[in-house]
Design a protein around this ligand. Structure first.
Ligand code: NAI
Length: 332
């Protein structure tokens, strides 16, 4: 048994986490959950967004599965998600987007993985507002070290997984210095991996290419902001936010979470698709090398997703979150 920190999260978080726990239990996955709270819940109960109990738990367990957390817009809060990623230096945000049999989309051959730099850029938290002049500044801080390690992580992954190509996405024509740092890191790293094709694309062109010919991309490495936006775009290519998983990986801590947020429009209704968070749990099992239960759940999930009528509303079905979970359990 491996002890893992579980954060239920806000909005649809508790609903989708209940589904994951039920499926993991039915599959006898070798995981013991250490349930912790953070964000809005602990702000109300303890007056802090990130309590010590939570950080102690992650520090001890080194692995967490996290539900989505709400960040109120324009209320002076720094995103708890961003804070957590910076606190544990989870510099690589890895988001695989692959077409799934049974899920109808515009394309039937998407298979790409986004490596989003997760601690720097416009998410560095360097925001100031000059009340008198009514000017807002958001500073994008990029370091050579930060650029180097995310690019290295993308190439290393491509090498390990037998992937053919790494595409670096940037805006170095305008963001001369910060864009150049990552581009330079890309060119230098590519020389160490001669078997992997390397190219780069400017973000605006990339957005268009992805919706016209997504099959040309394999591993994508990019900055924090561009990676954030492209993740949702790529989620749209493979079935929407309900199905895309993610991992925040650092040197010795990893936090797994879906790409989607708290979905306030459907929270509390039992309509949310638990696939994205379940797949994040599967990435976690892969990371923990729990191969057998990972494979068992993956097969049961894929069998379920082949039948639209067994799926949740976002995939055209009528199942509730827990009915969908039960369909997966039935196929284990
Ligand atoms: P969102 O991802 O929560 O929702 C966007 C749309 O996708 C909504 O229509 C929602 O119903 C749908 N959707 C999302 N997940 C779904 C699922 N599992 N099943 C079915 N439909 C699903 O994005 P939004 O509305 O922009 O953000 C809401 C809140 O979530 C904000 O407070 C934001 O800061 C937070 N957020 C948190 C993240 C995290 O904790 N990692 C990531 C993104 C947003």
């Amino acid at each position: 048994m491996t002890k893992v920190t579980l954060i239920e999260g806000d909005g649809i978080g508790p609903e989708i986490m209940e589904a994951v726990q039920a499926i993991f239990a039915a599959a006898n996955a070798p995981i013991e959950w250490d349930i912790q709270q953070m964000g809005k819940t602990t702000l109300a109960s303890e007056g802090v967004l990130i309590p010590d109990a939570l950080t102690d738990s992650i520090r001890a367990n080194k692995v967490a599965l996290k539900g989505p957390l709400e960040t109120p817009i324009g209320e002076g809060f720094r995103s708890v998600n961003v804070q957590l990623r910076q606190m544990f230096d989870l510099y690589a945000n890895v988001r695989p987007c692959k077409t799934t049999e049974g899920i109808q989309t515009r394309f039937d051959n998407v298979d790409l993985v986004i490596f989003r730099e997760n601690t720097e850029g416009l998410y560095s938290g360097l925001n100031v507002y000059d009340e008198r002049l009514q000017i807002a500044d958001s500073l994008s801080r990029v370091t050579a070290k930060g650029s180097q390690r995310i690019v290295e992580a993308a190439f290393e992954y491509a090498h390990r997984m037998g992937r053919k190509k790494v595409t670096l996405v940037h805006k170095a024509n305008i963001l001369k210095e910060s864009g150049r740092l990552m581009l330079d890191a890309g060119k230098a790293t590519a020389e160490k991996y001669p078997e992997i094709e390397f190219d780069d694309k400017i973000i605006d062109n990339m957005a268009m290419q992805l919706v016209i010919r997504p099959e040309q991309f394999d591993v994508i490495v990019t900055s924090n902001l561009f990676g954030d936006v492209l993740s949702d775009l790529c989620a749209g290519l493979v079935g929407g936010l309900g199905v895309v998983a993610g991992a925040n990986i650092g040197e010795d801590v990893a936090v797994f979470e879906a790409v989607h947020g708290t979905a306030p429009d459907i929270a509390g209704k039992g309509w949310a698709n638990p696939t994205a968070i379940l797949r994040s749990g599967l990435l976690m099992l892969e990371y923990l090398e729990a191969v057998e239960s990972g494979l068992k759940i993956t097969n049961a999930l894929n069998e379920t997703l082949k039948h639209k009528e067994l799926c949740t509303g976002d995939l055209g079905g009528k199942a509730s979150t827990m009915e969908f979970a039960q369909h997966v359990i039935d196929r284990l």
